[in-house]
Ligand binder design. Structure first.
Ligand code: NAP
Length: 223
């Protein structure tokens, strides 16, 4: 049974890390209740305290991943690809009925500037296959560099391609994209996440080739 209630509380699993922490702070500043999830409850609490100090208020709390997922209306998955399946294994039950935003990129270190297509074609498709129809997976944010997110007041000059099979879930995620100051672009079904995830190693290559840190994407021709 899908729950289309308003998204008020967001859990960011792996929110102790570079990408998730930047998004978490931005959502918290925009009025969402945000829970930082970690494998370790103490690490989650201390990272949340650091972020609160940076933001100048009691905005975020930290919890172990499963507890964070249980309390959230929507769950963001922000872990390295090697931790993707293990993290899902630990929270499957808590995700039932929810929207999961997967921003995992299936990079294959050390060749992070070369596209790697995983066995399930994309991390988001693998998540959807594992979680089943009780969960609506939306893929987004894979092409946004953490370089731009760490200062929550910095304006990020790029678009976010949003892929998913459920229109209402995609609309929820579009709102979250706008809340962090970017433009969301409807990029089709979850199958299209294959292409979106594959863009990230291309951007990492461009960063190196042009000696920049946060190359991003902008879609032209849609106004
Ligand atoms: N960094 C970027 O610029 C960027 C841009 C676009 C997309 N992404 C994608 O976003 C995801 C997160 O990137 P990130 O740079 O934030 O990664 P990260 O900082 O290396 O890791 C994020 C968090 O994942 C958890 N984690 C790390 N290794 C783990 C393991 N082996 N098992 C379980 N959990 C583990 C850790 O949380 P705990 O130790 O607290 O559990 C860590 O703080 C990745 O899939 C990445 O490809 C990143």
């Amino acid at each position: 049974m899908m729950d289309d209630k308003e998204i008020l509380t967001i859990a960011v699993l792996g929110g102790t890390g570079k990408e998730g922490s930047g998004l978490a702070m931005r959502w918290a500043l925009n009025g969402y209740n945000v829970i930082i999830g970690s494998r370790d409850a103490e690490r989650a609490a201390s990272r949340a305290a650091e972020m609160n100090e940076m933001l100048g208020g009691d905005y975020l709390v930290g919890m172990e991943n499963a507890a964070a997922a249980a309390q959230a209306d929507l769950v963001v998955l922000s872990v390295p690809y090697s931790a993707h399946q293990p993290t899902l294994d630990g929270v499957k039950e808590q995700l039932a009925g929810k929207v999961v935003v997967d921003l995992t990129v299936p990079l294959q270190p050390p060749k992070v500037r070369t596209v790697h297509v995983p066995e399930g074609k994309s991390a988001a498709l693998e998540a959807q296959a594992f979680l089943g129809d009780a969960v609506r997976v939306v893929a987004a944010f894979q092409n946004v560099s953490a370089e731009h997110l760490s200062d929550p007041r910095h304006v990020v000059d790029c678009d976010v391609l949003v892929c998913g099979n459920d229109a209402a879930a995609k609309a929820d995620v579009m709102k979250l994209v706008e809340a962090v100051g970017m433009r969301g672009v409807d990029a089709g079904s979850l199958a299209n996440a294959v292409a979106v995830e594959a863009l990230t190693p291309v951007l990492l290559y461009i960063n190196k080739a042009y000696s920049v840190k946060g190359a991003g994407i902008r879609i032209t021709g849609i106004g």
